[in-house]
Write a protein that binds this ligand. Structure first.
Ligand SMILES: Cc1cc2nc3c(=O)[nH]c(=O)nc-3n(C[C@H](O)[C@H](O)[C@H](O)COP(=O)(O)O)c2cc1C
Ligand code: SF4
Length: 468
């Protein structure tokens, strides 16, 4: 039986299919399902870029087992931390490195860890957020599938630094392959003495439990994720209190993105100063970008902060395919549109902020001139209306109204005032929603209104393509 599927996290290899729990990319269109199921079409993702630090073990087609990981310097950061550094020393190194979270909010990781370490109570938790449901994002999947021990080592270092004895790895259900690789790595780490009690002869004990999501975008929001792990419906909590004082099971908790955690072993092994040799003063290190859509070589690209979008798109990923560049959806569905005018913006937090573009989770989704942006906007609005959890009214109602308006805009039936209505709904959601989902559900639409007001004109014809 063949069914339409929601996101499989394979935007770099569309069209994609999940066949008996095996995710397959680049499926030939029109091929009968039985043929797809009968042969393995899985192939390693394209992994490139000019600074292969985080991704140095990715894209090779093989996943390192424990022995290979250790032979390649794996778990040396954990060994160094336990044998040579105090927990406060690990946090100091992290703060000096300038690492900020890669899950979208760009919060300083060292500050977060320090807050949890200083929180009162003996029971603390580390949560790895591997929900990765932002449309266009697939970086965490590749890290987990191709370098699972690096994720575990990052969690172990967080546990050591913050005084936690238990970690949860929350992986979205649509990533069965990543879950299998992580489960195997966890078993290996227990057997090899890198998880469990009195690690490396110290008093440090740490357990990791793998948890599967159930397909809800909202469960990537950190507090909804806690609810989900606790066995409840994934509803975001009101903050404060913040997770570092009252998180999972009401205890002090550090929640970090997969890419954030994979940076930590690098920082502890080489030191903050070496880490800072790449990137800029305010955006040190490297960043993973997920390129998909109308691009010659879609894939995962690791670059030092500071390169331009033009360099990533044209020099690394082979440029726009099928036409000329119309737009780039930057940062994901919760992101904003960029155009050719933004090609020379440097990819740093500070430069992107000035250009009004969110880095988000590193999505670069490319649309050539033949794509109908009204349809794209309608699709994004549909996503948010479906995924809103309904806990607060601005988002529960706003996402549905936004979808209704964009549906008629896409059908060529825009009414006078629709643009204003979209702005009003969008700004209300942005200002009054409880969590990040509602606060960003209209950012792509608002950026499109600014860039291409003509798309929303009354009686605008339904076009097969928008030519700027
Ligand atoms: C709707 C929504 C979905 C999110 N999904 C993810 C996700 O899939 N992965 C992630 O790391 N962060 C996600 N976040 C951000 C998390 O709430 C949180 O900021 C992040 O996990 C913190 O990790 P970091 O400091 O390492 O970035 C999401 C936020 C919102 C509002
Ligand atoms: S903003 Fe949306 S997703 Fe977030 S709590 Fe409100 S209704 Fe739920």
């Amino acid at each position: 039986m063949v069914e339409r599927s929601p996101c499989l996290g394979l935007c770099d290899q569309a069209p994609a299919a999940m066949v008996n729990d095996q995710a397959l990319g680049s499926i030939p269109v029109g091929v009968p399902a039985a043929v797809i199921a009968s042969k393995s079409l899985a192939k390693p993702a394209v992994v490139g870029g000019s600074l292969r630090h985080l991704t140095r073990r990715c894209g090779t087609g093989t996943t390192p087992v424990l022995a290979t990981y250790v032979a390649d310097g794996g778990y040396s950061a954990l060994t160094k931390a336990i044998q040579q550094l105090t927990p406060a020393g690990v946090i100091a190194e992290l703060k000096a490195s300038g690492l900020v979270g890669r899950g979208g909010a760009a919060f300083p990781t060292g500050v977060k860890w320090e807050s949890a370490a200083n929180a009162s109570g003996a029971e603390k938790y580390i949560v790895c957020n591997a929900d990765e449901s932002e449309p266009g994002t697939f970086k965490d999947r590749i890290l987990m599938e191709d370098d699972p021990h690096a994720v575990l080592e990052g969690m172990l270092l967080a546990g050591y630094a913050c005084g936690a004895q238990r970690g949860y790895l929350y992986v979205r259900a649509e990533y069965p392959h990543a879950q299998q690789r992580l489960a195997a790595a966890i078993a290996e780490a227990y057997a090899g003495g890198y998880l469990g009690s009195n690690l490396l002869g110290s008093k440090f004990c740490f357990e990791i439990e793998l948890r599967s999501g159930a397909g809800a975008y909202i469960c990537g929001e950190e507090t909804a994720l806690f609810e989900s792990i606790e066995g409840k419906r994934g509803f975001p909590r009101v903050k404060p209190p913040f997770p570092t004082t009252a998180g999972l099971f009401g205890k002090p908790t550090v929640v970090n993105n997969v890419e954030t955690l994979c940076n930590v072993p690098l920082i502890i092994s080489a030191g903050a100063a070496a880490y800072r040799q790449h990137g800029t003063e305010k955006s040190p290190g490297s960043k993973l970008f997920c390129l998909s859509g109308d691009v010659a070589r879609p894939g995962l690209y690791e670059v030092p902060f500071g390169v331009t979008l033009r360099t990533i798109l044209d020099e690394m990923a082979g440029g726009v395919s099928g036409g000329t560049l119309q737009a780039v959806l930057f940062g994901g569905a919760a992101g904003a549109f960029a155009t050719a005018a933004h090609l020379d913006v440097r990819m740093t937090f500070e430069d992107l902020r000035k250009a009004d573009l969110p880095l988000g989770s590193g999505v670069v989704m490319v649309f050539n001139h033949t794509r109908n942006l009204r349809t794209v906007l309608e699709g994004l609005a549909h996503f948010f209306a479906e995924e809103s959890c309904g806990k607060c009214y601005p988002c529960q109602l706003g996402t549905v109204r936004q979808h209704e308006i964009l549906t008629r805009v896409a059908a060529g039936h825009a009414r006078a005032g629709d643009s204003q209505l979209l702005s009003d709904v969008g700004w209300t959601m942005l200002d009054a929603s409880l969590c990040g989902l509602g606060q960003t559900a209209a950012t792509a639409t608002l950026s499109a209104i600014k860039l291409w007001p003509e798309l929303f004109a009354a009686n605008g014809k339904a076009q097969p393509a928008h030519t700027p």
